[in-house]
Design a protein around this ligand. Structure first.
Ligand code: HEM
Length: 256
């Protein structure tokens, strides 16, 4: 991607903005244009900065300028071409990102909504008590480490946006993967595992709102299917990958 900056000094700001409002339709339609923004100088209102992000300089100069949307674009802004003080392409550096204001508006993470690590610890304690007694999945966990429920709580906490303790202290994805390899998990066992986890979520009072439960169940459905696939003989999953993150999806938290 590349950013084109244009600096204008115009006599008639209202006409200029109206012209760009018309020209914007061509930018919105052009596949070479990523986004655009016209800003007026607060201290000197005759000065405008136009920022257009293009997929590449070549896409801008060859694709857009010779493409079907350019004639309408240029017709709209032509009267202001003589007002351009600067028109250059800038390469984007690594110094970029969202500021704190974006975070202030962000919805709570699923980790926060659930009640933090303590909530996931309560969940997995209850869950593995059920697992141990279960005739379908119990045998798989016969030699389970007593701290296993806590480790899985740390994993879930991290996945749902909490601290990265499982990655930092336990070995992250490679460790978790290694625990499933060769286990030959069956579909009946996967289904029981997921179902017992939902029973545990109810028993320990994990938030029951539809938005949280839909996203929570979405991850569990996804994760258990991957665990099953990776546990089959001859499976060749990636040996190293980041611990996944799971968010709210299409239904953000409902805050009345
Ligand atoms: C979303 C789905 C799943 C998650 C998040 C998950 C998470 C984990 C984690 C984090 C570990 C390693 C704990 C450690 O650091 O020692 C682990 C181990 C294990 N998992 Fe899973 N797992 C999932 C699905 C399943 C399923 C469906 C089964 C079988 C039905 C299963 C069976 C096991 C077993 C047997 C171990 C080794 C336990 C031991 O002997 O200590 N997992 N799992």
């Amino acid at each position: 991607m590349i950013v084109e900056y244009l600096r204008y000094r115009v006599a008639d700001g209202a006409a200029f903005e109206a012209a760009y409002a018309r020209a914007a339709a061509s930018l919105a339609a052009a596949l070479e244009c990523v986004d655009y923004e016209l800003a007026r100088c607060a201290e000197e209102p005759a000065v405008y900065i136009l920022r257009i992000t293009w997929t590449s300089a070549e896409d801008h100069l060859a694709g857009f300028r010779r493409g079907e949307h350019f004639p309408a674009f240029f017709a709209a802004i032509r009267p202001f071409v003589g007002d351009i003080e600067e028109m250059r392409h800038y390469e984007i550096t690594d110094v970029r990102g969202a500021g704190g204001a974006a975070r202030a508006d962000a919805p709570p993470t699923m980790y926060e909504w659930a009640g933090g690590t303590a909530a996931f610890d309560r969940l997995t304690e209850d869950f593995y008590a059920r697992v141990r007694k279960d005739d379908v999945v119990g045998p798989l966990f016969a030699h389970m480490d007593p701290s296993h429920p806590h480790y899985v709580a740390l994993w879930l906490a991290e996945v749902f946006g909490g601290p990265t303790a499982y990655t930092d202290e336990r070995g992250g994805y490679p460790r978790m993967l290694g625990q499933h390899l060769g286990k030959g998990i069956t579909e009946a066992q996967r289904r029981r595992w997921a179902s017992l986890l939902m029973d545990a979520a109810d028993a320990v009072g994990l938030p029951a709102d539809p938005e949280f439960r839909a996203a929570f169940a979405g991850y569990i459905e996804w994760g258990t299917r991957i665990a099953l696939a990776n546990s089959q003989p001859g499976a060749t999953p990636p040996q190293d990958a980041p611990t996944p993150r799971w968010g709210w999806g299409v239904a953000p938290p409902y805050e009345s």
